[in-house]
Design a protein around this ligand. Structure first.
Ligand code: NAD
Length: 489
C-alpha cells in the first residue's frame, strides 16, 4: 500500500472510495516537518446519508450471516491488518508524528484486538432468569443497528479498531469519522474489511472536521454513538445525540494522578511515570501527568525522572531509535507552549525542559515542573503534551484528597509495596481505571471508561458489549396450571 494514495484523500462509503462531496478540504501536515502533503475531502450531508444507508443495508446481511461466520470474517480482517502492520504504522507516524518504534509495536497489537472481538462474536449471550414460576424469562443482546464512531488524532489506528471491532462483533454496521488530521489509517482499515469479505458498506469512513462529526452525532438513523475526544466536544456530542436518544459512550479527557509512596519501588515508579507521561509525546488521555509523591522521597523521585527525561532521544519519528516525536499539529504545539508559559506565570519551576524546540516540526522539550500547587491550572487541566506537574503530599489522606480534586476521573496510578494501602487507595480514588505498580495496561478484554468529566459508559471489556447492544427481555407463560392475565377469572 502507498500510504498516501493521492493528493486528495477520499472517504470510504459503501465499500469503496467515493468522489468528494463537500465543498471544503482539510490540509494534511507532517508534524515532523510542518510540510503539507495532501488534502482530505470533506463529506457533506448527502454523503453521510449514503454511508448510513449502506451501513443499514449491510448490517441486515451481517445479521443473517450468524455469529460464527461473522467471527471468521472478523478474524480474517485481523490477519490482513497484521500483514499490513508496517504501512499502518507508517501512516500514523506520518500524520501525527508518533515515533515509529511506538506505531510499529501498536499495529500488530491492534490486529490482536480485532481477533479478540472476533472470538467474542459468538459469545454475546443473554441470560435465563428463573424468577416467576411457569414463565420462561430470558434476555437477548441485540445489535443497535448502525453505530457512529468519532475518534481523535492521538491514537488513530488503535482507536478506530478498538471502537469498530467491538461494534461489528456485536452485529452492528459502522459509520466512522476519524480526526481530520489523521484519517489515513482508518480509511485503509475500512478497505481491509472489504478485502476480508466483510459485507461492503458495513464499515464506512466519512471525512472532514468537527462539522461532519456533528452531523453524524445528530443523524436520526444512527442508533449508537461511540465518541472519543475532549470533554468540551463530548458535551456537544451528547447534546446532539439526545433528541434521538442514541445509546452514547463517551471516552473523554484525563489528568491522571500518579501517586508514589515512600515504600514503593522508586525505580519502577520513576520509569513508569516517565513512560506514562512522555510516550506518545504526552498526548494520551491516560498520561501520568500529575505526580503526587510522598514528601520524604519527592526529591529522589524527581531526580530519577529528570534523568530519564534528559536521556530521551527527541527527533524525527521515522528514526526507529527516537523516543519522543513532535506534537501532532501546530495547534497542539501552540496549546502546549501556552501551558509552558502559564507554568512560569503560575510560579512553577522547570526541573528539566520547559521550552519549545526549534523547528521545522512541532517539538517541545520533555518537561518536569516542581513547585506546583494543586490549584494551579497546570495541575488541573489536560495539557496533552510531555509535561509533568509534581505535587508532594504527606500521608494517605492528603494523597487521596489531591488525587480526587480535579474534574477528571479517567485513570489513576498507585505505586506502593503495601498491599493494604494499595487496596484502600483503589477504593477511594474517583477514577474508572486504577493501575497499581503499573501504568497504561490496556486490553480489549478489560473494561476502560471514565468517571466524572472523563466520560460515560465503557469502550472496552464487558462494558463495551453494553454500549454496542440493546437488551431485550422475553417472558413466555408455559405453566399449564397458571392462568394468564385478564379481567375476571
Ligand atoms: P476533539 O474533541 O477536538 O475531537 C475529537 C473528534 O471529534 C474529532 O474527530 C473531531 O473532528 C470531532 N469533533 C469536533 N467537534 C465536533 C462536534 N461538534 N461534533 C462532533 N464531532 C466533533 O479531541 P482531539 O483534540 O481530537 O483529541 C484529544 C482529546 O481526546 C483529549 O481530550 C483526550 O484526552 C481525548 N481522548 C480520550 C480518550 C479516552 O479513551 N478517554 C482516548 C484518546 C483521546
Amino acid at each position: 500500500m502507498t500510504i498516501v494514495q493521492s493528493d486528495l484523500v477520499l472517504p470510504h462509503v459503501g465499500g469503496t472510495r467515493v468522489a468528494p462531496s463537500g465543498a471544503t478540504t482539510v490540509e494534511l501536515v507532517n508534524p515532523a516537518t510542518g510540510a503539507a502533503f495532501a488534502e482530505v475531502a470533506s463529506s457533506d450531508a448527502a454523503q453521510l446519508d449514503a454511508a448510513v444507508d449502506a451501513a443499514h443495508a449491510a448490517q441486515r446481511e451481517w445479521a443473517r450471516l450468524g455469529p460464527e461466520r461473522r467471527a471468521a470474517l472478523l478474524w480474517k480482517w485481523g490477519e490482513l491488518v497484521r500483514a499490513e502492520s508496517d504501512d499502518l504504522a507508517a501512516a500514523d507516524t506520518l500524520t501525527m508524528g508518533k515515533p515509529l518504534h511506538e506505531t510499529q509495536r501498536e499495529a500488530p497489537s491492534i490486529a490482536n484486538r480485532i481477533r479478540y472481538w472476533a472470538g467474542m462474536a459468538d459469545k454475546i449471550n443473554g441470560r435465563q432468569l428463573p424468577i416467576i414460576p411457569g414463565h420462561l424469562s430470558y434476555t437477548v443482546r441485540e445489535p443497535l443497528g448502525v453505530v457512529g464512531v468519532i475518534i481523535p488524532w492521538n491514537g488513530p489506528m488503535g482507536m478506530f479498531v478498538g471502537r469498530t471491532s467491538v461494534a461489528l462483533a456485536c452485529g452492528n454496521g459502522v459509520v466512522a469519522k476519524p480526526s481530520e488530521t489523521t484519517p489515513l489509517s482508518a480509511l485503509r482499515l475500512a478497505e481491509l474489511t472489504v478485502e476480508a469479505g466483510i459485507p461492503a458498506g458495513l464499515v464506512n469512513v466519512v471525512t472532514g472536521d468537527g462539522s461532519v462529526g456533528a452531523m453524524l452525532a445528530a443523524h436520526p438513523r444512527v442508533e449508537g454513538l461511540q465518541f472519543t475526544g475532549s470533554v468540551e466536544t463530548g458535551r456537544k456530542v451528547a447534546t446532539l445525540a439526545a433528541p434521538t436518544f442514541k445509546q452514547v459512550v463517551l471516552e473523554l479527557g484525563g489528568k491522571a494522578p500518579n501517586i508514589v509512596f515512600a515504600d514503593a519501588d522508586l525505580d519502577a515508579a520513576a520509569r513508569g511515570t516517565a513512560w506514562g507521561v512522555f510516550s506518545n509525546t504526552g498526548q494520551a488521555c491516560v498520561a501520568t501527568s500529575r505526580l503526587l509523591v510522598e514528601r520524604s522521597v519527592a526529591d529522589e523521585v524527581v531526580e530519577r525522572i529528570v534523568a530519564i527525561a534528559r536521556g530521551l532521544k527527541v527527533g524525527d519519528p521515522n528514526d526507529p531509535t527516537v523516543q519522543l516525536g513532535p506534537l501532532a499539529s501546530e495547534r497542539q504545539h501552540d496549546r502546549v507552549c501556552d501551558y509552558l508559559k502559564l507554568a512560569v506565570a503560575e510560579h512553577a519551576r522547570a526541573a528539566v525542559g520547559g521550552s519549545p524546540l526549534p523547528g521545522p516540526g512541532y517539538y517541545v522539550e520533555p518537561t518536569v515542573f516542581v513547585g506546583v500547587e494543586s490549584q494551579m491550572r497546570i495541575a488541573r487541566e489536560e495539557i496533552f503534551g510531555p509535561v509533568l506537574s509534581v505535587i508532594p503530599f504527606d500521608g494517605e489522606a492528603e494523597a487521596v484528597e489531591l488525587a480526587n480534586s480535579v474534574e477528571f476521573g479517567l485513570s489513576a496510578n498507585i505505586w506502593t509495596s503495601d498491599v493494604g494501602r494499595m487496596l484502600r487507595l483503589a477504593d477511594s480514588l474517583d477514577a474508572g481505571t486504577i493501575w497499581g505498580n503499573t501504568a497504561r495496561l490496556l486490553h480489549p478484554g478489560l473494561p476502560f471508561g471514565g468517571f466524572k468529566d472523563s466520560g460515560l459508559g465503557n469502550a472496552s471489556g464487558e462494558g463495551a458489549l453494553e454500549g454496542n447492544t440493546r437488551l431485550k427481555r422475553v417472558s413466555v407463560l408455559y405453566g399449564a396450571d397458571l392462568q394468564g392475565p385478564g379481567f375476571g377469572g
